[in-house]
Structures are given as structure tokens and as C-alpha cells.
Design a protein around this ligand. Structure first.
Ligand code: NAP
Ligand code: ZN
Length: 368
């Protein structure tokens, strides 16, 4: 938070708050256990959402275990969750976009300054005053940090709440709020489409949405996976070809042939293997966010004017565009529903790449 923002937070009286049930990690080595958090009573522009479903992103696990300590150190207790679908139960008197009873979504951000050039351009994640992320961000209104969707209720300014047109399969819509926008945005930004050869690296939550979007945009799609057991699913989800990335000769057959590669891998791995597959002027975009830096051989970029870039989630406007695109095309996430009490087991399975292809928490289980 900037000094000015900190001063404003200090000067503004705290609104009344209410208690929400939650699951939290108390330290980087402790499991997720029951907890409670305070939510502000909705102000004039706020929407209170009773959470029905929350997707489990690998970022939740990185954050809970403080694996990003160099960039985004974790404040404990940590309540993750940024793939939120729920029902509006209260709306402030200035809220025009939502009314009680509406189904609504919340993704990775809950606020920003809305006035800086990036916010005006619809890139709130790059807000010059720092966007307020859904969890582990300074909470400018209540103080402390923000708490994510592993709770029964969340209160968010209407400007950061998304409309959900899809009325069935809401559990399959929840992961679109992060895994969906994080893969849709770079594929749109780099204008992926017909006549292009596109690689998706890693078949997890992000990877399976990347396959669906790349296919929907008309590209020839190749999946690179470490898991031989995912070949058939890869094809069903949109891959024209599947390559087992541990099998070097099979990977080498694709040398210098890709227009674009989207890397969704959550753990350390060799980027050079994929850079060598780009054709001249091709681009590889990292969305996967392992904690440790990766080594890149300069020649893999120099020879062919190849580009290596990153991509962070997507702005609110683009998130709504993606949700509407998915509703129109019938695109949802392939999910495995869990109870909140199974979250520690789900994290263990994520680390084994054992998820088909997104865990989603049925938040009704929080009341058990
Ligand atoms: P996930 O469901 O766990 O999927 C990750 C996939 O990576 C696995 O299914 C596996 O696919 C592959 N993988 C795992 N370990 C590997 C290894 N050692 N070597 C090679 N491949 C490996 O995770 P996710 O939720 O999709 O998230 C993926 C990453 O994106 C995380 O780091 C997350 O924090 C990050 N993320 C970034 C943004 C952003 O804004 N940039 C937003 C959300 C998430 P195979 O079995 O197919 O090999
Ligand atoms: Zn996420």
C-alpha cells in the first residue's frame, strides 16, 4: 500500500464486521484447519456473496506453503481461494449490477485504485497503487490481509464482481475465474488462432483450460505432458497431438515448428527444451509460477528472435468477456468435487499431478 493509501485506511473508520467460517493455514508447515475470519458489513457499493463453490488453484498451495516468499510472502493465518462462485445475499444501496439472489463470481482481485493508466486500460492487476488480491493482500478497509474463498461469505465491491450467464454446472464455472482467465488472456493477447501451431505444457487446472481455449480459437494444438496416463484425456480436451515430455526424441520431432507455447507447469523444469521448439519469431509465455528461477540459454532466444514472456491473470473486463465466451460456447472446467475437509489430501494430490483437472470445493461442507 502507498503511504497515502495507508493514511486513508488509518483515517477511515472501520465498518462493522461479521464472522465467517473458513479454513486456514496457520503456518507454512501446518495443514488447513477450521478457522473464522471477519468480513465487513456491505457498504453502499458492496455485494455480499454466500459462496457455493471455490476452485483449488495451485497458487493456493504455493501461497499457503510460502513458496513465493521472495515475491509475495505469506501472512498467516492464510485463507486462500480465488475461483469463487456464489449467490448474492445482500447488495448495498448504490449497487446497480447485482441484486439478492443473483449468481456471481469473484476471481483473483477484489479492488484497485481504478484511476491509474493500467486500471483505466482494464489491467487492474498492474494497478500502480497495487491491486488488492483476493487473499494475502493488505485489506484497505478492515486492516490486516484479505481472505479468499475457502469461507462461507465474501464481501466485494461490485466493480470486481462478475456476472455468470451459465446457470447449470456452476461448479464447472468456478475455475474459469482463475484457470480460465489466466489461459484465455495470453492466448488472446498473442492472437492465437487458425493456421497456428500451439503448444500447451502441463495438463492440470490451467493446462486443461489452455487446451480448450486454443482449440476453440482454431489452432493446431499439441499437449506436452509428463503423465502417460493423460494422453486420451488430452485429446478429448482439445489436443490434436500429445507428446510425453520426458521422451526427448518425441519432443525433438517438433523442433522449430511452434508459433506459440503456453507453459503452465507449477514446478521447476527445463524451459530450453521448449524454447528450441519455437519457430523464428515464435513466443513462449510462462503462466506457471514455480518459486525458483529458471535458467535460459541465451542462444535459444537469439537464434530465431524467439520471445519469452509472462502473463498475469487478466483484467476484470477481459474476465467478463471470457465468462461470456465460455457461456456461449458451452466451455466449463472438468472438475472433481471435494469437501473442504479433504483439502489437505487434495493439496497432496496436486503435488503428484493427480487431478482431473480441477478440484472444486463444495462450500456447503463448511457447515458440517
Ligand atoms: P496444477 O493443476 O497442479 O497443474 C500443474 C501441471 O504441471 C501438472 O498437472 C503437471 O502436468 C505439470 N507438472 C507438475 N510438476 C511438474 C514437473 N516437475 N515437471 C513438469 N511438469 C510438471 O496447477 P495449476 O493450478 O494449473 O497452476 C499451474 C501454475 O500456474 C502454478 O504454478 C500456479 O501458481 C500458476 N498460476 C499462475 C497464474 C498467473 O497469473 N500467471 C494464475 C494461476 C496460476 P502433467 O501431468 O501434464 O505433466
Ligand atoms: Zn489461481
Amino acid at each position: 500500500m502507498t503511504d497515502a493509501a495507508q493514511q486513508t485506511a488509518k483515517d477511515t473508520p472501520k465498518p462493522k464486521s461479521f464472522t465467517s467460517k473458513a479454513f486456514a493455514a496457520q503456518s507454512k508447515t501446518s495443514p488447513m484447519t477450521p478457522h473464522t475470519v471477519q468480513r465487513r458489513e456491505p457498504g453502499p457499493n458492496d455485494v455480499q456473496i454466500e459462496i457455493l463453490y471455490c476452485g483449488v488453484c495451485h497458487s493456493d498451495l504455493h501461497q499457503v506453503r510460502d513458496e513465493w516468499s521472495n515475491f509475495l510472502p505469506t501472512v498467516y493465518p492464510c485463507v486462500p481461494g480465488h475461483e469463487i462462485i456464489g449467490r448474492v445475499v445482500k447488495a448495498g444501496n448504490a449497487v446497480k449490477k447485482f441484486k439478492a439472489g443473483d449468481i456471481a463470481g469473484v476471481g483473483c482481485m477484489v479492488d484497485s485504485d481504478r484511476t491509474c493508466p493500467y486500471c483505466r486500460a482494464g489491467e487492474e492487476m498492474f494497478c500502480q497503487s497495487m491491486a488488492t488480491f483476493t487473499y494475502n493482500s493488505p485489506d484497505k478497509i478492515l486492516g490486516g490481509v484479505t481472505y479468499g474463498g475457502y469461507t462461507d461469505n465474501i464481501v466485494v465491491d461490485q466493480a470486481f464482481v462478475l456476472h455468470i450467464k451459465e446457470k447449470k454446472n456452476l461448479e464447472g464455472v468456478a475455475p474459469l475465474l482463475c484457470a480460465g482467465i489466466t489461459t484465455y488472456s495470453p492466448l488472446r493477447h498473442w492472437k492465437v488462432g487458425k493456421g497456428q501451431k500451439v503448444g500447451i505444457v502441463g495438463l492440470g487446472g490451467l493446462g486443461h483450460m489452455g487446451l480448450k481455449f486454443a482449440k476453440a480459437f482454431g489452432a493446431h494444438v499439441v499437449l506436452f505432458t509428463t503423465s502417460a496416463g493423460k494422453i486420451e484425456d488430452g485429446k478429448r480436451l482439445g489436443a490434436d497431438e500429445v507428446v510425453i515430455s520426458k521422451n526427448a526424441p518425441d519432443v525433438a520431432k517438433h523442433a522449430v515448428s511452434f508459433d506459440f507455447i503456453l507453459d503452465t507447469v507449477s514446478a521447476d523444469h527445463d524451459l530450453n527444451q521448449y524454447l528450441a521448439l519455437l519457430r523464428p519469431n515464435g513466443a513462449m509465455v510462462l503462466v506457471g509460477a514455480p518459486g525458483k528461477p529458471a535458467a535460459v540459454a541465451a542462444f535459444n532466444l537469439i537464434f530465431g528472435n524467439r520471445r519469452l514472456a509472462g502473463s498475469a491473470i487478466g483484467g476484470i473486463r477481459e474476465t467478463q468477456e471470457m465468462l461470456d465466451f465460455c457461456a456461449e460456447k458451452g466451455i466449463t472446467s472438468d472438475i472433481e468435487m471435494i469437501k473442504i475437509q479433504q483439502i489437505n489430501e487434495a493439496y497432496d494430490r496436486l503435488l503428484k499431478s493427480d487431478v482431473k483437472y480441477r478440484f472444486v470445493i463444495d462450500m456447503a461442507s463448511l457447515q458440517a
